[in-house]
Design a binder for this molecule. Sequence first.
Ligand code: NAP
Ligand code: F7E
Length: 342
Amino acid sequence: MSFKKKVALVFGVTGQDGSYLSKLLLKKNYQVHGIKRRSSTRNTERIDDIYEDINEAKNFYLHYSDLSDGLSIYHLIKKINPDEIYNLAAQSHVAVSFEIPEHTMIINTLGTLKILESIKIINPKIKFYQAGTSEMFGSSPPPQNENTPFYPISPYAISKLSAYWITINYRESYKIFACNGILFNHESPLRGETFVTQKIIKGLINIKLGKQKKLYLGNIYSKRDWGHAEDFVEAMWKMLQQKKPDDYVISTGKQYSVKDFIDISAIKLNMPITWRGVGLKEKAYLNDKVVIEIKLKYFRPSEVSSLKGNYNKAKKLLKWKPKYDIHSLIDDMINNEIDNFD
Ligand code: NAP
Ligand code: F7E
């Protein structure tokens, strides 16, 4: 008996989640097509190792496109005619979305619409995953689950909430198998350097090794529910293997402040820091030297202060639960950073 290999198309393949998801799909024997955008510098570092494995490379193809380019999206979907599409591409930085709100909406909202409209015209049987976010809950207090009212408070969150509703609208109007993952923060050694966890890990290690004097941060009292990207991409795949399309919260159910994340990381790195001062004057000291300072420029015009997800629905229906906790996540990020240090 021969089985047809499943084909997946991943928008945002060069990002953190795109890399973990591609590896997962290749392990599951999919043929994976990824969309990368034109960049003046190399933007494939996170997926270069897939090419190094010749066996996997046979199942892995990259194509140029951009979420702003509706015609190229349409033609690629028509040419590849995948079984599943994962839309992980986005302007994904919340603070940056206040600086480039129009671009954020064009890419995150209209980009999603362009993919769904292409699916509708070309082949409504293609399954679709949309990368939704806990930022959509915004000011709604924790714990947040699928029934928590949304209250987005950044251009990023609003762009993603609009894409969330477009996804539901295409599911209900055209019977497309379209799912929203409502994913809480997830990190990994592949996390972008301007997100707070990676900034903290790299900053502390640089300070420990004498390559950097200080780390400058914004609001260290906001609280997040941090998981590992490797766990979270598995939930994306599981959503598209269900009998019916639906939306799911994916989280760890545990909450820590940014300051907790710093303290746990510092202990693991054997850096006994102490905190003194309040507000913008709060500083962390290591052996009486200031190593962390607070800078107004890293504060956002409005801040999501407290996120903690309830993933009971995913646990029950997807049989999903996280394998990593905050400690194994930080260990993975630290070990990887130290291994790669030159
Ligand atoms: P990421 O590392 O920032 O990756 C974003 C990806 O989108 C990159 O491949 C990027 O390409 C691509 N991209 C950006 N603009 C594009 C455009 N105009 N056209 C085509 N591709 C474009 O993000 P991530 O952490 O992997 O997150 C994946 C998705 O989940 C994003 O949609 C994000 O908003 C969402 N999300 C993330 C989290 C989280 O905690 N990580 C939580 C909830 C939801 P380049 O590599 O060229 O920049
Ligand atoms: O900030 C605070 C900042 O930028 C976390 C994205 O993947 O997850 C991510 O969005 C917290 C915030 O992630 C700095 O104010 C303090 O309270 O790492 P972040 P985020 O904004 O939560 C959601 C779920 C997504 O969907 C997004 O795509 O840390 N913070 N000082 C700082 N944040 C940054 N970036 N830099 C600082 O210096």
